[in-house]
Write a protein of this length. Structure first.
Length: 246
């Protein structure tokens, strides 16, 4: 399995911090950056191959990766990161996605047990859904029908829509199908939308199961308020995970 971390965004909502730093360089309470934490947890679960899309402050990401010489990193730079969304970064990295894949964004903080259970669950393709959390106004929601995800969007608020985090485990065939749609979108000049816009065109025909994260922690850090909240909330989950994984 390979991992794709989308890290080509500007992170403007982090204010002064992202004028001189990559967003994923924000530190958690243990002094570890978001990016370092992601790599450390993935490596602990046996993941060795990483694809990192980049934009600003690529050197900071490479410096962190260099702290893990036993792992394999491929960096894919999006030179027009300030004019495109991550659908274009996915397009640029498409030829490297030739295996079962784990996809997520560079601002995502999750606990190890979530990662472990997603990787080891029997479903080959999953996306993370919370059936109890209040629907966010501006963030992703997922439409779930008979346990399968049928749509992901920020604009859906129906009874079958639930809080969603873009943390995907997809087999090779499903990854290939998504990439095929991404290529179609880019060739039509649609490079400023979410990669999920392309995925939505084929979601109902796929078999991406809803993985409930109600008993786990996963959240994104978009702004300084998120940073303060997430860095505090993750501590209890890390303490619990330490008792499980040592």
């Amino acid at each position: 399995m390979k991992v794709v971390i989308f890290n080509s965004g500007l992170g403007n909502r982090m204010g002064e911090f992202t004028k001189n730093n990559h967003k994923s360089m924000a530190q958690l309470k243990n002094g570890e950056t978001i990016f370092h934490r992601q790599i450390r947890l993935l490596a602990a679960e046996g993941i060795k191959d990483f694809i990192i899309t980049t934009g600003p402050f690529e050197d900071q990401l490479k410096a962190t990766a260099a702290e893990f010489p036993e792992l394999n990193f491929t960096f894919v730079r999006n030179d027009i990161y300030d004019k495109t969304n991550y659908i274009y970064s996915m397009y640029l990295a498409r030829d490297l996605m030739d295996d079962d894949m784990l996809f997520f964004h560079g601002d995502l903080v999750f606990n190890r047990k979530l990662l472990h259970d997603v990787l080891n669950c029997e479903d080959k393709c999953t996306g993370t859904i919370n059936f109890k959390k209040a629907l966010p106004e501006k963030d992703f929601k997922g439409r779930v029908v008979d346990g399968k995800i049928h749509e992901v969007s920020i604009h859906i608020f129906d009874e079958d829509c639930f809080a969603f985090q873009p943390f995907y485990k997809l087999d090779k065939a499903t990854t290939s199908a998504w990439i095929g749609k991404v290529v179609e979108f880019i060739h039509k000049g649609e490079d400023k939308c979410y990669a999920e816009n392309a995925l939505n065109e084929i979601f109902p025909a796929l078999n991406i199961k809803a993985f409930s994260y109600e008993d786990y922690f996963i959240d994104e850090i978009d702004n300084l308020e998120d940073h303060a909240r997430v860095t505090a909330e993750i501590l209890a989950y890390d303490e619990a995970d330490a008792k499980i994984f040592g």
